[in-house]
Design a protein around this ligand. Sequence first.
Ligand SMILES: [Fe+2]
Length: 290
Amino acid sequence: MAISHSDFRLFLLCPDPGPGKRYNLRAAGNRGLVRELKVRLLILSDIHSNLEALEACLHTVGGWDQFVNLGDTVGYGADPNAVIERVRPYGGLSVRGNHDRAVLDPKEIETFNPIAAAAVQWTRNSLTPENLAWLSEVPVGPVYEPALADTQFVHGSPGNEDEYILSEFSARTAFADSRAQLIFFGHTHIQGAVEYKEKNIQVIHPSYAFKPGSAERCDFPLEDETRYLLNPGSVGQPRDGDWRAAFATYDSAKHQVSFWRAPYDVDLAQQKIIGAGLPYRLASRLREGR
Ligand SMILES: [Fe+2]
């Protein structure tokens, strides 16, 4: 059965434990696994030149060990230079996205819709030579973190950086093209996970109380015998109906992914887009989360 975007089922993962209370992970089904290698990843994707959203994520998450960027660092938003200069010092792992590629190669623009193409051209003309050079060195996925066996990082899908994993077919293709247990991906701008267990596919999205103005976290303990596609969502242009910046963390010691949403100054990001002369739609869709 094909799973269309609108068919994605919602599962209640983390009911709100109440003010000031934390989730009891063992009671919630976490098996309390402790891994030998302990690393906490901060995983961002599709920042899309939205500095306000990026800053909100960094402010919300607290500490981490390794920075991971799943691509589309630029495009759409008004702060490509500031965003690159904010992420560059972290180092870590970065993957090229399709917008990053299009900024570097004018021929790529032919595959973009007019609004996205306008943003790509504006971004190409706005980036400093130094930041263009940095972008050109970001590798095509999959990339790997040596400390984490069985984990890979891609923009679209393991076999194709332009593939949108939005159907059961594309999810099965992704699992077939990879041997990794955990595949972190972006590109769809939709936060969530796909489980592959005993040949069955199940799509899962975090469920939030959605308190505008509040940051929220939803913990997702992983099982040892299950494979996962894991999407942190989009920092700078979410398309799952929640306008807040989306990202994820992975704690290898707990073998747990946490999905996060962070409110940010959407008005300011919109004003910058309009002030830059970018298409109005790129500003209006930020508040819609679409
Ligand atoms: Fe994107």
